[in-house]
Ligand binder design. Structure first.
Ligand SMILES: C[S@@+](CC[C@H](N)C(=O)[O-])C[C@H]1O[C@@H](n2cnc3c(N)ncnc32)[C@H](O)[C@@H]1O
Length: 266
C-alpha cells in the first residue's frame, strides 16, 4: 500500500491542527446539512478517507451504518476507538482501503457514498473509481464527494499578495507533491468538476457542484480568520449565500460534487 506511513503521522495531529479549527467546523457542518437529507435511519453508507472518524460518528449518531474506509491504520484505530467510546461501535465498521488499489466490492451495495475534505484527490484514476462505486452503490443511491479544487480564489489572492507565487499558483499544474507532518510526501491531483463528471458519466447522473471554502480560507490560512470573529461573520454570510453560485462555486478550496447512481451496471 502507498501513503500509509505518511498519513499515520498525520493521524496524531489531525484533529488538533485541522478538524478543530472554527472555520473547518463551520465547513463540516455545511457538508452535514447536505448529507442529512440524503441518508435515512437504517441506511448503510461507505465513507472514503474517514481520517479520525468525525463524519462517520456523526452519521452513526443519526442511525446510519458506516463502512469507514481509509489507508491509514492509525486513522482507522482512532475511528474505531471514538465509535466504541460513543457506544456506536455496532454502527461503524473501519476498513483498510487504498484508492490506488481498489478492491472488488463483495458486500451488498450501499445506499450512498461520501468523502469529505479531499481524500479522492489522492488518486487520478477517476474512471476506475466511478466503476468501483458503480458496484458499491445501489441504483438510485447517492454519491457526494468533497474534492480539492484546481482554483482557489483565497489561496491565489492571499499567497499572491504575500509574493509567495509558488503557493499562489500551485494547483494550476493539476498535480503537486504534498509534504505531510513527519516529512512524508504524496502526490495530490486537482480534477475539475467537469473532468470528474465525465469520468463518472457511464454509471452516475451528475446532480450539482457546490463551493466549499470560497470566502472562508483554506486550511493554511484558517488562523487568519479563526481569531477574528469580526472578519469571520461577513465571510460566513458570503459563503452561505454565494458559494453555490457560478462562478464562485468553482473558485473554491474544495467543491462538493453530487451524483445519483443510474441503472447501468459495469
Ligand atoms: C484530508 S484527510 C480527509 C479528511 C476526512 N475525510 C475529514 O473529513 O476530516 C485525507 C484522508 O484520506 C486518507 N487517504 C489518503 N490517501 C488515501 C488512499 N490512497 N486511499 C484511501 N485513503 C487515503 C488519509 O489517510 C486521510 O485520512
Amino acid at each position: 500500500m502507498s501513503n500509509t506511513a505518511a498519513f499515520d503521522t498525520l493521524a496524531a495531529v489531525y484533529d488538533r491542527d485541522f478538524a478543530e479549527s472554527p472555520v473547518s467546523r463551520w465547513l463540516r457542518e455545511r457538508v452535514w446539512s447536505w448529507l442529512e437529507p440524503r441518508f435515512q435511519v437504517g441506511d448503510t453508507a461507505f465513507e472514503i478517507g474517514c481520517a479520525s472518524g468525525i463524519d462517520a460518528l456523526w452519521m452513526a449518531q443519526h442511525g446510519v451504518k458506516v463502512i469507514a474506509a481509509d489507508i491509514s491504520p492509525f486513522m482507522l484505530e482512532q475511528t474505531r476507538a471514538k465509535a466504541e467510546a460513543g457506544n456506536l461501535g455496532h454502527l461503524v465498521t473501519p476498513l483498510l482501503f487504498d484508492l490506488n488499489h481498489l478492491p472488488e466490492w463483495h458486500g451488498e451495495p450501499v445506499d450512498g457514498v461520501y468523502s469529505n475534505f479531499g481524500p479522492v484527490n489522492c488518486t487520478r484514476d477517476w474512471v476506475g473509481l466511478g466503476r468501483f462505486l458503480a458496484k458499491a452503490v445501489k441504483p438510485g443511491g447517492y454519491v457526494g464527494l468533497g474534492i480539492i479544487s484546481p482554483f482557489c480564489m483565497w489561496e491565489t489572492l492571499w499567497h499572491g499578495l504575500h509574493l509567495d507565487f509558488r503557493t499562489a499558483f500551485r494547483r494550476f499544474k493539476r498535480e503537486t507533491i504534498a509534504t505531510l507532518p513527519g516529512g512524508g510526501e504524496l502526490p495530490i491531483y486537482y480534477p475539475s468538476p467537469r473532468q470528474f463528471a465525465r469520468a463518472f458519466q457511464p454509471y452516475f447522473q451528475f446532480e450539482r457542484v457546490r463551493g466549499l471554502g470560497v470566502f472562508l480560507p483554506p486550511s493554511d490560512a484558517f488562523g487568519v480568520v479563526d481569531k477574528r470573529p469580526r472578519i469571520m461573520k461577513p465571510l460566513i454570510a458570503a459563503e452561505t449565500h454565494l458559494a453555490d453560485t457560478w462562478p464562485f462555486r468553482t473558485w473554491t478550496d474544495h467543491y462538493w460534487i453530487e451524483f445519483t447512481r443510474g441503472e447501468n451496471g459495469p
